[in-house]
Write a protein that binds this ligand. Structure first.
Ligand code: HAM
Length: 416
């Protein structure tokens, strides 16, 4: 048997219905914040992610799906979309477009991680990027946008964590301090941390190994090493979140797994997700465009929601609830009725109802199928009904049945 590749999966009904409604809700919220959709390719030149996300990150150093194309170009399936959006921004000279560039996207990303609950090798993100402003007010609005998307999708109980990772002016000083502190303690830490203590000290703060946590908690905090500008920016962001009644927790260890961040970083975590608790990650990336070759600055901030995890929290909250079936199940009995049913179903569907036409020849079987598919109403259509120009409409929940004329069907179904 040929199966889906490890870490990838099929999204089947009824779950796919939740995916659809999540995406529809997100689009509505994006629209209300005046964001527009961008669709970038699923694969790009490898150098885009190496430079954008950072050679030293786990994503680039061990998780990318990379191959050499026939012309020798190194190509990578996108592990994330921020670098691609900025590539597109530069390529299409969006700096010359009027106002802020507010772009959203939804689609698959690819990372060769160890699959587990909530972690896949092909996973989906719903994300947005706001490019063109350094103002802390934009950070707060982008975070509010996530809050609105989560709320509109029906997610309750997500917790916001915020931090500042400083800028190229203040971060190097902090990293030096961190490295010095690590020299004394790294011997007691996991292998990854021992290596990172020298190569990428900031990443040590991200370590999830339980035994390392007390050591990490005692390390210096980046928030005490921010320059005046970064500290003031962070204060304003927090103030503007408070003004919106958005609750948050400051988490100085939140450095995130991508190298392009400057100043504000944030995550939304959810208790229902277990070990892979982050349902959304984001932050500011003021220098990313320049590192990808832009001659004009393009400060920006954005986020990506893990759609697989978002759907998981919704499905857990709704456990036991059955998915919606069709509004109307049409059960034609006999050849003449089958032809008539097709025309009738088209008319009702065009009027906005969800209609399924039975292919069962026996009424009993048709009613059983109607029940199993959770149809709300069944319309029985036999020779008698055709002759009389009236139909039998059965309400599946109660079993009550009534005779209706053709023009009364839609309103009868809608009324309930
Ligand atoms: P990220 O933190 O790498 O950030 O990913 C964002 C979210 O994608 C995570 O919080 C998680 O919900 C989901 N995710 C990541 N990896 C997996 C996986 N293997 N399986 C399932 N879900 C996963 C970014 O990707 C940045 N581009 C976010 C951003 C946008 N920053 C600025 N703008």
């Amino acid at each position: 048997m040929i199966k889906a590749i490890r870490g990838t999966r099929d999204i089947l009904p009824p779950s796919s219905g939740v995916w659809n409604s999540v995406e529809a809700s997100a689009r509505e919220v994006f629209r209300s914040f005046n964001y527009q959709e961008i669709r970038t390719p699923l694969f790009e030149e490898t150098v885009l992610f190496a430079r954008g996300v950072g050679e030293e990150t786990d994503i680039v150093s061990k998780e990318m799906y990379t191959w050499e194309d026939r012309d020798g170009t190194s190509i990578t399936l996108r592990p994330e979309n921020t670098a691609s959006v900025i590539r597109s921004y530069i390529e299409h000279r969006m700096d010359q477009w009027v106002g802020l560039k507010k772009l959203y996207y939804m689609g698959p990303m690819f990372r060769r991680e160890r699959p587990q609950k909530g972690r896949y090798r092909q996973f989906f993100q719903i994300g947005a990027e706001c490019i063109g402003s350094e103002a802390p007010a934009v950070d707060a609005e982008v975070i509010e946008l996530v809050v609105e998307v989560l709320e509109r999708c029906g997610v309750e109980g997500a917790k916001l964590l915020v931090n500042s990772v400083g800028c190229p002016k203040c971060r190097p000083g902090f990293i030096e301090t961190l490295k010095q502190s690590l020299q004394a303690v790294k011997g007691n830490m996991c292998g990854d941390c021992q290596r990172r203590a020298d190569t990428n000290a900031l990443r040590v703060l991200d370590c999830k190994v339980p035994e390392d946590q007390p050591v990490i908690d005692a390390l210096p905090s980046i928030l005490e090493h921010l320059c005046g500008e970064c500290a003031a920016h962070f204060e304003t962001v927090k103030d503007l979140l408070t003004a919106r009644d958005i609750e948050f927790e400051v988490k100085p260890r939140l450095v995130r797994g991508l190298d392009y961040y400057t100043k504000t970083t944030f995550e939304f975590v959810h208790g229902a997700l277990g070990a892979q608790s982050a349902v959304c990650g984001g932050g500011r990336y003021d220098g990313l465009a320049e590192s990808l070759g832009s001659r004009v600055p393009a400060p920006g901030i954005g986020f990506s929601i893990g759609e697989d995890r978002l759907v998981m929290t919704i499905e857990e909250a709704r456990a036991g609830q059955t998915a919606a079936g069709p509004d109307l199940f049409v059960a034609p009995m006999g050849d003449a009725a089958v032809r008539h049913a097709a025309v009738l179903a088209r008319e009702l569907r065009r009027g906005g109802l969800v209609v399924e036409v039975s292919s069962d020849k026996k009424l009993k079987r048709a009613l059983e199928t109607a029940n199993k598919t959770a149809a709300r109403w069944t319309l029985i259509l036999g020779d008698d009904e055709l002759a009389a120009g009236e139909y039998s409409l059965k309400r599946m929940e109660t079993g009550e049945q009534k005779r209706v004329k053709r023009e009364e069907i839609a309103s009868a179904v809608r009324a309930d």
